[in-house]
Design a protein around this ligand. Structure first.
Ligand SMILES: [Zn+2]
Ligand SMILES: [Zn+2]
Length: 66
């Protein structure tokens, strides 16, 4: 197992997936994105979690600033 360490409060978190992290509008925290898998059989699965309020967000249900 290699656990990816996200930096709390870092809006330029280097280990986040794609264009993350993003701001969590509801609490002002930072939403980190962890890529779980990305392959042809299973597709792309990403976990989103706010580092401030701890809310886990599902795909496309994130309230972020663009
Ligand atoms: Zn991160
Ligand atoms: Zn939050």
């Amino acid at each position: 197992m290699n656990e990816t360490i996200h930096t709390v409060g870092d809006k330029a978190c280097p280990v986040c997936w794609e264009k993350f992290p993003r701001s969590h509008l509801r609490c002002g925290g930072v939403v980190h994105a962890q890529l779980i898998h990305d392959n042809p059989e299973q597709g792309i699965l990403v976990d989103f979690k706010c580092d401030k309020c701890g809310e886990e967000l599902d795909d496309y249900q994130i309230y972020w600033q663009t």
